[in-house]
Structure formats: C-alpha cells, structure tokens
Design a protein around this ligand. Sequence first.
Ligand code: FES
Length: 167
Amino acid sequence: MHDKSRRAFIGKAFAGVAGVGAVASLVAMKKTWDPLPSAVSAGFTTVDLSSVEAGKLNVVKWRGKPVFILKHTDDIEKNEIRDLVVGSDRYTVVIGLCTHLGCIPSWNPSDKQFKCACHGGAFDASGVEKFGPPPRPLDIPPFDLKGSELVLGEEGEQYKKIAAAAV
Ligand code: FES
C-alpha cells in the first residue's frame, strides 16, 4: 500500500515536470517566432509589413503552414531574384517548412541562416539552400502587395515576377 502511494506520487511528480517543460517550450517557441498581428479570412492571411522589425523573424500562419517574414537588415546579402522589395526595404517571404522532409527551420541571426535541426540543413536569409540535404530553396507562398499590406494566398504581380525568375 505504501509502495503504491509512493509510485503514484512519483508519477504525478514526473507529469508535473513534463508539464512545466512543455509550457517552457511553448513560451520559448513563441519568443522565437514572435507572430505578427495578422488577419485571416477565407484562406487569405493579411499582414501589415510596416509593423515588421528588421532582422527579426516573424511567423504567420497561412492555410495551416508557417510563413516566415524577414525584413532585411543592411548586412544581409541581397537576392535580386527572391527578395520582395517594398520601397527601400527588402523582405524574405517563404513557407517555413524545410524542403527536405518538412521540418520547421529556425532563424539564426548570428550567421543569418535558417537552420533545420532535423538533418542539419541550412538556408541563407533569402531561403536558398546552402548546406545539407534540402534539395531546393524554401518555397515562396503566393502573395499580393496592397500598399504596405501583404496578402498571402493571392497571386500579385510581384509574386508572379519572383516565382517566374526563381524557377
Ligand atoms: Fe530539414 Fe531534413 S527536414 S534537413
């Protein structure tokens, strides 16, 4: 009887520790991703690019997928084909799923790369594969630009130009 209650106590203690770990992971993930305010309706996600801070990875959800939005800092190498240029600002807009087996890479600001922890893949700040097994760059979601609003899910002129050149 005494053994049983001891086992139950240990079980509860483990569950408690696991719960605290899970919450800590979610908090860390939220801090890393720092989702932008965005509006979702009928398969479209709208993001105001004027609220995006340079050098910080922002993630919005579009049709169940994470979309990375990264406003470039001056020390990020330009990619004339893939960057979305809005006035004097440049952005990376990519689907945040590794093109190897679909893990979600994380942004590493110190070496300006997206790193995939699953098999060590790496992409540069514009989403081009640089190392490891990913067979191609991160995919670019269809988007349209309306003033400073990015509408994910619509195929605007800038998207068509980037998609045609990036093939
Ligand atoms: Fe990203 Fe394999 S899933 S490297």
